[in-house]
Design a protein around this ligand. Structure first.
Ligand SMILES: [Zn+2]
Length: 272
């Protein structure tokens, strides 16, 4: 018997993006990814907003951030108030950096914010514990895996790669291969949008979005949606013989069993 998680609508693949620091170039970036239906989580430092509206470069002002990210269909997540090395700070100050950023994001955007990316990609076990205590569900590192495994340690969430990775399009091809009845795959891309200006290589993200976007068999989702979905899948309760399953969560969940797709609605028990 082979049982594999599937993403919503029975899709085997998911793609998510994660871009940091809330900078002016996010505006151009969002136009590109929106054109192809990609979804991104923007990790921002609410203590670093520009005093005046950014033009061409630098951090967005609070007003610009609100205009850009609100109701955009993308996620805004924590990146600490002032972009510190969290593991170097006294614990209570690191704590403030996390919870204050979370609160400010929730006030500004009217959301419940549970996502994060580590400033500089660095952390310690104490910082990870702080995140857990502050209700952070996942936090992205800067450690590329080159792979598509569903994360298990969500507070040390390793991305597939940065957009400057020389093997980026090799990874894309491998991700797009037809391996329908195998394990689910998650492609997780990260970076900073100002790097496209610095390196004059906007063509990378244009090409990536065009190649990976608009496909029926890929779920395009922000980080927290993927986290919530995987958690709902993990809560499925299977009978001992593996032919009956109950979904105690509030969202429908899909999986494949011996190449058959099974959908289990919230609160439903299904025989398969
Ligand atoms: Zn950063």
């Amino acid at each position: 018997m082979n049982i594999f998680m599937l993403f919503p609508e029975g899709k085997q693949k998911a793609l998510t993006l994660s871009y940091d620091d809330g900078v002016f170039q996010d505006i151009r970036f969002m136009r590109i990814i929106d054109k192809y239906g990609l979804k991104c989580t923007f990790n921002i430092n609410t203590g670093c907003f520009s005093e005046t509206d950014a033009e061409k470069r630098g951090r967005l002002s609070e007003k610009q951030a609100l205009e850009l990210y609100s109701d955009s269909g993308h996620e805004v997540a924590v990146h600490a108030v002032s972009h510190p090395f969290l593991e170097e700070l006294p614990t209570h100050i690191a704590n403030q950096e996390i919870i204050s950023d979370r609160k400010k994001i929730e006030e500004l955007f009217g959301t419940v914010c549970r996502g994060m990316a580590y400033p500089f990609g660095t952390y310690s076990d104490d910082v990870v514990e702080l995140l857990r205590l502050n209700g952070i569900a996942y936090s992205r590192t800067a450690k590329a895996t080159g792979g598509f495994k569903i994360p298990s340690d969500w507070l040390r969430l390793n991305p597939t790669c940065h957009h400057k990775d020389a093997r980026l399009f090799e990874y894309c091809d491998s991700f797009l291969e037809d391996d329908r009845y195998c394990r689910p795959k998650l492609f997780y891309l990260w970076g900073h949008t100002y790097e496209f200006d610095d390196k004059d290589n906007w063509d990378i993200i244009e090409k990536f979005a065009e190649k990976m976007g608009g496909r029926d068999n890929i779920w395009y989702a922000v980080n927290i949606d993927i986290y919530d979905y995987v958690m709902a899948y993990n809560r499925l309760i299977f009978s001992a013989d593996g032919h009956k399953v109950y979904n105690p969560s509030a969202i429908p969940v899909w999986f494949s069993c011996n190449k058959e797709t099974v959908k289990v609605n919230p609160g439903e028990t299904v025989m398969f």
